[in-house]
Design a protein around this ligand. Structure first.
Ligand code: MN
Length: 287
């Protein structure tokens, strides 16, 4: 039995986040925060050429509270700094995992040398919601480099790189507060493979490179998003050309969501507190 597709979504028109992230918003747009929860936001920067500049493009200092931001680079390099003194630079296939929790300020930029040379840039940013009991925990930062991300073979020529969660007995490097499987599948042209996520976990994929046939029936091309129904079953992937596929499968958090801009809490009152705390400088300082 295959796990059936609820819908296939083509990338909606892009918008700019700062001047560095040219993103198509899949969540909460075509897919609601609740439906893919606890993935409550997905911005996808399809491959785009940025010309050389001495002033790295990006998003200047801004706050977050109540969730985690996960940035996966596919092309180009991304730099990060936050008000807890954490910083990092990630390249292709690498991940920045920032737990905003009780509140943090950060900025996100194209890395300096990449900016000077210019080049293709492609990334995904996810917001992973936190359960109420962890929303006010200490912020933290995980820089997940290539060495830390484990590869698991899924067919003769294809493999997954596990960012978070366990797949086929192998644990990804990221620690998450609720069960979350995040991985990139690299499937060679004409190769086929199968992925088996938990049936009750909200599950989706994005084709980052190439084109594939899902469950021997549905063609999915580069920059398209697939949402799966929550049911038993395997996901079959046949690559028509060399493909990279981001696969996400997350255990739902059954709590109310109150969201406003960069804050995601459980109630309106908590949103007001977040805004006040931010205005009163409780999120720290970052220049
Ligand atoms: Mn941010």
């Amino acid at each position: 039995m295959y796990r059936s597709i609820e819908k296939i979504i083509s990338a909606p028109p892009f918008h700019m986040v700062g001047d560095g992230f040219r993103v198509h918003n899949f969540i909460p747009g075509a897919v609601s925060m609740e439906r893919m929860n606890p993935i409550i936001m997905m911005d996808y920067n399809s491959k785009h050429y940025f010309p050389p500049t001495d002033n790295p493009r990006g998003v200047d200092v801004h706050p977050h509270r109540g969730f985690e931001t996960i940035t996966i680079a596919y092309k180009g390099k991304i730099a990060h700094h936050d008000s807890k003194g954490n910083s990092g630079i990630i390249g292709e296939g690498e991940v920045q995992w920032m737990t905003a929790a009780s509140g943090i300020l950060h900025k996100e930029y194209h890395e300096k040398e990449f900016s000077k040379k210019g080049g293709d840039f492609q990334m995904v940013q996810l917001w992973l919601n936190l359960p109420a009991k962890y929303k006010m925990s200490e912020p933290k930062y995980q820089n997940l480099d290539k060495e830390s991300i484990k590869k698991v073979s899924i067919s003769e020529h294809s493999f997954v790189e596990i960012i978070a969660g366990e797949y086929d007995g192998v644990q990804g490097p990221a620690s998450s507060f609720t069960p979350a499987l995040l991985m990139n599948a690299y499937v060679d042209k004409n190769d086929s493979c199968e992925i088996i996520p938990y049936s009750h976990h909200n599950t989706c994929m994005v084709v980052v490179e190439g084109s594939i046939i899902v469950n021997q029936a549905s063609e999915v091309s580069k920059d398209q998003f697939v949402l799966f129904n929550n049911e038993e079953g395997r996901i079959n992937i046949l690559a028509k050309e060399n493909a990279i596929i981001l696969i996400i499968s997350v255990e739902p958090i059954n709590e109310p969501i109150a969201a406003y801009g960069p804050f995601v809490m459980n109630t309106k009152q908590e949103l007001q507190e977040a805004f006040q705390d931010f205005q009163n400088g409780k999120f720290g300082v970052l220049n």
